[in-house]
Design a protein around this ligand. Structure first.
Ligand SMILES: CC(C)(COP(=O)(O)OP(=O)(O)OC[C@H]1O[C@@H](n2cnc3c(N)ncnc32)[C@H](O)[C@@H]1OP(=O)(O)O)[C@@H](O)C(=O)NCCC(=O)NCCS
Length: 408
């Protein structure tokens, strides 16, 4: 910024101080207390907040996010230093960065240009200067400006999640773009785009299904929310943590999670207690129990439940190896989908699986999920880098499948 471009309001950043992360019209800086007056510019929720809440986020929550290597940046106009947008990037995996962009919605059509410029400033910096192997950016319902900026920043499509975004009265696909560091492409080779732009949804979904039994004859386990032929779902309770830790001690498969999982019963208890503190909750942890005995055998989760876009991520684990591969997980998942789509009214769900977990991928495809793309170099194995395979499933597809099975 030149001294002639300075403005007097607001004055918490000295004009001209910012020497990098500067674009043609914007620059990016760390959040400041004064940003509480500009929450629309940086708070990405569709639900507006008041200044007091903004102050708390800036003072308490953003610094805590920093401890977790989730970095927040505020985008200010160079002409008057006013915040107009924001970016947050997650570097919990140090080799990579996952970027989310936001622009003040009151800018109207101008919001697209703000997001495009933020991306154009941030992604090359993360890649070239901070040497991230991969930089991903979530482009929600991208505008042509944003796609052009992604292209100019050397990014390409990695994932498309169908109809995941509710914006301006309509549903849109959500795209994730990625930039692979050229030096790592030289070393590791390039396995191509995670997804092709023109990838079409599957015309047909498998016809086999299991959904809850409408009026289950006894025995129906106590507190069961949904009951299937062999398994049922109930809310996970803090006390279940003891049984889960006991079951996890019997894990023999060292592959699916990149090493066996160890966690204390107190940790599980805290998760399940905290998960129900918010109303509406951001996640739901449902215990998978055997219908006959009521024994706890696994968990089905809805994570990042977003009641605005009406989306969530699904996750599932059967704790003991001997329960896997018999269709129990798929039966429980179809109960979870019934809960997600019919009870909560979600529109679509997504799921992430490591490339070294072919069983989970096969199970998702069998359950009707569609391949939605791939995020490169997310994890490492003895053979080299692994990637995350993404899946999505629409409520309409799930319903079509249920109805077809009802007719047969
Ligand atoms: C993922 C999980 C919940 C699925 O439940 P499940 O009851 O095992 O699933 P299903 O038996 O319905 O389906 C598994 C499918 O994978 C297939 N499969 C098994 N091993 C496979 C492999 N190595 N490669 C490809 N497919 C494989 C099975 O043949 C089966 O398909 P089919 O019924 O068409 O034959 C369960 O396997 C599990 O808990 N795994 C460990 C935890 C985990 O991986 N969680 C997911 C993290 S993303």
């Amino acid at each position: 910024m030149t001294t002639t471009e300075t403005a007097t309001e607001p004055s918490w950043i000295a004009p001209g101080e910012q020497g990098f992360l500067v674009g043609e019209k914007l620059y990016l800086r760390a959040p400041e207390a004064g940003d509480a007056n500009y929450a629309l510019a940086w708070h990405p929720s569709p639900y507006p907040i008041i200044r007091q809440r903004a102050e708390k986020i800036l003072k308490e929550e953003f610094p805590k996010d920093g401890d977790k290597r989730l970095v927040h940046l505020i985008a200010c106009r160079r002409s008057d230093d006013i915040p107009v947008g924001a970016a947050a990037y997650d570097t919990r995996v140090r080799r990579t960065a996952y970027v989310k962009l936001h622009a003040d919605p009151t800018l109207g059509d101008g919001a697209a240009a703000v997001k495009a410029e933020i991306l154009g400033i941030l992604v090359p910096w993360l890649s070239a200067e901070t040497k991230k192997m991969v930089v991903w950016a979530e482009l929600d319902a991208p505008t042509p400006e944003l796609l052009a900026a992604a292209d100019a920043a050397g990014m390409r499509p990695a994932v498309r999640l169908r109809e995941a975004i509710w914006q301006n009265g309509a549903r849109h696909d959500q795209w994730v773009y990625e930039r692979l560091h050229p030096r790592w492409i030289e070393r590791l080779g390039d396995s191509g785009r995670g997804i092709e732009q023109e990838a079409a949804p599957r015309a047909e979904v498998p016809t086999s299904r299991r959904v809850s039994v409408p009026r289950p004859a006894e025995p129906a386990p106590k507190q069961a929310l949904l009951v299937g032929e062999r398994v049922a779902l109930r809310m996970m309770e803090p006390d279940d943590g003891k049984e889960i830790t006991r079951l996890l001690r019997h894990e023999t498969d060292v592959e699916w999670a990149g090493g066996r999982w160890i966690a204390s019963s107190q940790q599980f208890a805290r998760w399940y207690e905290e998960a129900v503190e918010k109303d509406p909750p951001a996640e739901l942890n449902l215990a998978v129990i055997l219908r006959q005995s009521g024994a706890l055998i696994g968990v089905m989760e809805l994570i990042d439940i977003d009641l605005f876009h009406r989306t969530a991520e699904t996750g599932s684990v059967l704790y003991l190896p001997e329960h896997r591969g018999q269709g129990l997980g798929s039966e429980a998942k179809l109960l979870l989908l019934e809960f997600a789509f019919d009870h909560l009214g979600l529109h679509m769900v997504r799921s992430f699986v490591d490339s070294y977990n072919p069983r989970s991928q096969a199970a998702l495809r069998k359950q009707g999920y569609r391949d939605a793309g791939r995020l490169q170099w997310t994890d490492q194995t003895d053979e080299g880098f692994a990637h995350a395979v993404l899946f999505d499933l629409l409520a309409s597809e799930w319903r079509a499948r249920v109805n077809r099975a009802d007719e047969s």
